[in-house]
Ligand binder design. Structure first.
Ligand code: DGY
Length: 324
């Protein structure tokens, strides 16, 4: 019988990633790519020391209690709200994520979603495909200006800064941001970004992009009250996490044109999408793909695998969230 450490790869991954892991570990791989619920996850994880997870598998106190051999969970994502990190720390289970390797790709996507939302690209494409385009007209799909407008960013980590740089340097936007803490002056200068309070951010942004992590503190950070403070011409983009926006309140605001439009890559309870969002035309909806380019997904998979190898084989993970 093999004495190599046993790990679970909870979802389908690149064959090269699997091969790399198989050089070091006895791998139980869920190549069926089903999302493992708590019971199945526990069943497959209870005899493992490591797990390669994505944002879809929840590692909480219940799973941890049933998997006493578990030492490390490597998330193939920068976000880690699927991990109960305090519970993991209490049980001495290391958590790792994949920062940096997806920053620029995700910022590109945030900007693409902003552009698609402001310029009504998805809505007009559906119109054309449906055969409804019969003539040019002066106000057909007239959207809002991007260049020279005010870009608001809520959450100014690495991805937020990437979006700010694109807006300021590429599109001459006036960039304002709100964050738990203010950036160092040299970082503000690099992004040409000005720190403001949340109220000013909401009231002044022509385009508001959400890039903050999800936690109990950021749950429904954008709800009916916040939407009411935004300009009726404003757009809202969420590439952070569902749950930061109250999707029902957003759908109502979009329907009643209390804000102009929204672009969403993430949803409360995804992959389910609030049914009201599916019936309003002024929202661009994408299925959580902000980091989805082939090179970036390869880099994320590599980093997650290297975290498992680094920790279980060499005793040193690359990007730990709760180092000892
Ligand atoms: C991340 O890395 O957090 C992305 O949202 C992919 O899950």
């Amino acid at each position: 019988m093999s004495t190599r450490p046993r790990i679970l790869v909870a979802r389908a991954v690149f064959p090269e990633t699997l091969h790399k892991l198989e050089q070091h570990f006895e791998v139980d791989s869920n190549q069926a790519d089903t999302v493992l619920g708590p019971q199945e996850l526990t069943e497959r994880l209870k005899d493992k020391v490591g797990a390669f997870t994505t944002g879809s598998e929840r590692i909480d106190a219940g799973v941890l209690a049933a998997c006493p051999q578990l030492k490390v969970c490597a998330n193939m994502a920068v976000g880690f709200n699927n991990f109960d990190v305090p519970a993991m720390t209490a049980r001495k289970v290391l958590a790792t994520n994949t920062p940096d390797v997806l920053t620029e790709t995700t910022a590109d996507f945030g900007f693409a979603l902003l552009m698609a939302t402001a310029r009504r690209i998805a809505e007009s494409e559906h119109y054309l495909r449906a055969g409804q385009w019969t003539k040019w007209s002066f106000d057909m799909f007239a959207g809002s200006e991007v260049h020279g407008s005010t870009l608001g960013i809520l959450g100014m980590g690495r991805i937020g800064q990437g979006i700010a740089r694109r807006g300021a340097h590429g599109f001459g936007m006036n960039v304002i941001y709100h964050n738990r803490s203010r950036l160092a002056p040299e970082l503000e200068a690099a992004c040409k970004a000005r720190y403001v309070g949340k109220d000013e951010l909401l009231a002044s942004a022509d385009h508001l992009v959400l890039v903050l992590p999800y936690s109990a503190a950021s749950h429904h950070a954008i709800g009916a009250a916040e939407l009411a403070r935004m300009k009726p011409t404003a757009t809202l983009v969420n590439i952070a996490r569902g749950g930061i926006v109250d999707d029902a309140a957003l759908a109502a605001a979009l329907r009643e044109k209390r804000i102009a439009a929204a672009g969403l890559d993430v949803y409360e309870g995804e992959p389910k999408v609030h049914p009201d969002l599916l019936t309003v035309p002024n929202v661009v909806l994408t299925p959580h793909i902000a980091s989805a380019t082939v090179p970036t997904r390869r880099a994320m998979a590599d980093l997650a695998a290297d975290n498992l190898i680094g920790f279980l084989v060499h005793g040193k993970p690359l990007t730990p969230l709760n180092p000892e």
